[in-house]
Design a protein around this ligand. Structure first.
Ligand code: ADP
Length: 714
């Protein structure tokens, strides 16, 4: 460690060298700024330089602030006057001339109150509080001022000063034995310093945390905190050249290593600290390092050396009137005298220490002093006195460890509670804000999801719709394809009928009439009659064919009007029989029909055509002597009409070909009557228009029954 520590010091000196030149550069640039500017800007530059030198160069700092004050007074600028007075106070405070500092701060305070500068007020109250505590040992006044500082600094969001106030309060708690509170204030201090980004402050809080742990005997934790503080102070020293932070860390590392019986290491730390304090000229630091070195020598039983260090330390503290430091020095004197068996000197020193410890409310010192005195009186056999001191020691120990709060501490407690409330309010506000934010986010998310759902449903709907439309289109396509096929078949059929069926009767008509034309004078009357009747037959067939063709084509072009009406079925049957009875008679076929009177709601002409076709077919395919029966049956939903004959019948394969235009089936009648092959197709068309059905039951050679139905509701 010794070599390491030497290397560190060397490095630091090197760093210091470079940082001093940096610091000089900074000062030069500020002086340049003063020279080139004028008016308020010039005053600002003076102030800036004063602030920059407040710790490092008292003279420059005071001079610059004084110039700024004069200039500000000339132009009657209160704000700048207050700032200049504040900086004059700061320079004096860091110069340990606190009386003067107090005067300047008080003057600045008057103006700051007038102009209501909350930030400045918070800062002034902090420094005034610190002077009351550190220089005047007036805890009450210190607390009053710290309290005000907190209030103004909270308004001004001055986290840096809040950090400083809390760390000072923590210090007060620690010294008076309220360690938990001390730690809580350290946390608050650290939070505020972190918020302000003030590294110096964070380092200081680490240092104070170390001190607190050290006070309660947690040396390893203390060492960790001091090293954390040291790390930051070293970085800062590299920037501003101020080694004070590094030195105080060394000092405390020395102290705890003494407590952990690492005297050699401790000696190095405190000696290094002493060197740094000497370089910076800090009397406070020097006297402390000497005290700590004395302590090491005391633990190492080098009592003479310890006394020399201690004498030097006390002398310096007396010159600076640092009364807070007296108690621990007198305590150490007492301890050394005890070891030397100089009890009366020991008692004197300890009583002196006790007096100062009481003065400064240094509870732990008071307790220790009582402990040592009890021990001495015990050794001297003065048990009454020994008992008194011991009971004091115990009661103080109780008050320390039970965190028994004094009147002053109660004030601090109040302050702490105010703080807590403000924190709670802030926290509540924060929570509220977070809640609102999350509510807002939830609503947004919900709306977003609803939007997505809505979009999805639209997409699903569109997909289904398009799918359906496509399906419909496919069906329509299939339908129209079927229609096209049918139309094509119809057209084919049409041409085949015209080219074939209609041509052959005309052929015979033309052939026969030509015979007549050529041989009219040659043929006798009989022959002539035969030929003329053949012409008539062919003409008749052609006419029937043309009629059917016409009727069928009308069904195909939609020009037949469907007009249903109520009528008596038997009337239509009779009409049909009137037309066909001759045919039947010629073929010796007997037709009979039911005479019951049924009412039918249908297209009368169509029913007429259907019946005519069916009965005429029955006659056509009946042999002489055949019988034909027309029946009808009506139920709740429809009327069934059947035409039964005892004719040639139809085989099953041919039945399947009936009613289809694309595949017509046709044979001649029993008396060679020519057919058209269109009759049944026309029948089916008409029955379809009524939403009815047509079918046939037939057996080859035995006869056929053609059925068709007409529903009641068409
Ligand atoms: P057409 O009788 O003018 O040839 P249809 O369409 O009326 O045309 O009849 C088609 C075919 O059905 C006929 O050629 C015949 O072969 C058969 N057919 C129709 N009615 C009967 C029936 N009552 N008995 C036997 N065959 C029939």
């Amino acid at each position: 460690m010794k070599t390491t520590s030497k290397i560190i010091i060397l490095l630091l000196i090197l760093m210091l060298f470079s940082t001093f030149s940096l610091a000089n550069e900074e000062v030069d640039s500020l002086i340049h700024q003063i020279n080139i500017s004028s008016g308020i800007k010039k005053i600002d530059a003076h102030l800036e330089l004063s602030f920059y030198c407040r710790r490092s160069n008292f003279d420059i700092s005071v001079k610059q602030a004084s110039i700024a004050l004069q200039e500000a007074q000339k132009i009657n600028n209160l704000e700048l006057q207050a700032q200049a007075l504040y900086y004059l106070g700061l320079a004096n405070h860091y110069n340990d001339t606190d009386e003067k500092a107090m005067k300047y701060f008080s003057k600045a305070l008057v103006i700051a109150k007038k102009t209501n500068k909350t930030k400045l007020l918070g800062e002034l109250y902090y420094f005034i509080g610190s002077i009351y505590y550190l220089a005047y040992s007036d805890e009450n006044e210190a607390l009053v001022n710290y309290n005000k500082s907190v209030q103004y600094s909270l308004i001004a969001n001055n986290y840096r000063i809040l950090g400083a106030v809390y760390s000072s309060l923590s210090n007060m708690f620690r010294i008076s034995g309220s360690y938990e509170k001390a730690l809580e204030f350290l946390y608050k201090s650290r939070d505020n310093y972190t918020l302000s980004g003030f590294q110096d402050g964070i380092a200081w809080v680490n240092y104070m945390t170390g001190t607190l742990y050290s006070t309660i005997g947690l040396f390893e934790e203390a060492e960790k905190s001091f090293k954390e503080a040291l790390e930051i102070y070293l970085k800062l020293a590299a920037i501003d050249g101020n080694m004070n932070g590094v030195a105080i860390c060394y000092d405390q590392l020395g102290v705890i290593n003494t407590d952990m019986n690492n005297e050699e290491l401790a000696r190095n730390y405190n000696q290094d600290a002493l060197n740094l304090h000497t370089q910076s000229g800090s009397k406070f630091g020097i006297s402390n390092s000497l005290k700590y070195l004395a302590r090491i020598e005391y633990f190492s039983e080098n009592y003479d050396a310890a006394l020399i260090y201690l004498d030097s330390s006390l002398t310096i503290k007396r010159t600076t009137n640092e009364q807070k430091g007296y108690a621990s020095i007198y305590e150490l004197f007492g301890l050394i005298f005890i070891e030397n068996n100089e009890y009366s000197r020991a008692i004197d020193s300890l009583e002196m220490g006790l007096y100062h410890a009481h003065l400064n409310n240094q509870l732990k010192n008071i307790m220790n002093m009582n402990k040592h005195l009890a021990k001495i009186y015990n050794s001297l056999g003065q048990y009454d006195k020994a008992y008194n001191y011991k009971s004091h020691e115990v009661s103080i120990a109780d008050s320390i460890y039970n965190s028994n709060i004094t009147r002053n501490m109660l004030q601090l407690e109040t302050l702490y509670k105010i703080e807590q409330k403000e924190d709670q309010i802030k926290q509540l506000e924060q929570e509220n804000f977070i809640q609102e934010l999350s509510l807002f986010r939830e609503t947004n998310l919900r709306n977003f999801l609803i939007g997505i759902l809505f979009l999805l449903s639209i997409i699903i709907f569109m997909v289904v719709y398009l799918y359906r439309a496509k399906q419909r289109a496919n069906i329509e396509l299939a339908k129209s394809k079927k229609q096209v096929d049918e139309i094509n078949a119809t057209k084919d059929k049409f041409f085949s009928i015209i080219s074939h069926d209609l041509r052959s009767p005309f052929n015979s008509i033309l052939g026969l009439s030509n015979l007549l034309k050529e041989n009219s004078r040659k043929y006798d009357a009989d022959k002539m009659e035969k030929i003329i009747s053949a012409i008539y037959k062919s003409s008749h067939a052609s006419y029937a064919l043309l009629n059917n063709l016409l009727e069928w084509s009308r069904t195909q072009t939609g020009s037949i009007k469907f007009s249903p009406e109520s009528f008596i079925l038997i009337d239509v049957v009779k009409d049909v029989m009137d037309l066909l009875s001759n045919n039947a008679a010629q073929k010796d076929v007997h037709v009979s029909y039911e005479t019951k009177s049924l009412s039918l709601y249908a297209d009368k002409n169509m029913i007429h055509t259907i019946l005519r076709n069916l009965v005429s077919n029955a006659i056509k395919y009946s042999k002489p002597g055949g019988r034909i029966q027309i029946n009808y049956n009506q139920d709740d939903t429809q009327t069934l009409i059947s035409v039964t004959d005892s004719g040639i019948g139809i085989d099953q394969a041919s039945i399947n070909r009936l009613f289809r235009i694309e595949d017509t089936y046709q044979i001649d009648g029993t008396a060679g009557e020519k057919g058209t092959g269109l009759g049944l197709i026309i029948c089916k068309e008409f029955i379809d228009m009524h939403h009815g059905k047509i079918w046939v039951d037939s057996e080859l050679g035995k006869g056929s029954t053609f059925h068709f139905t007409i529903p009641d509701v068409i």
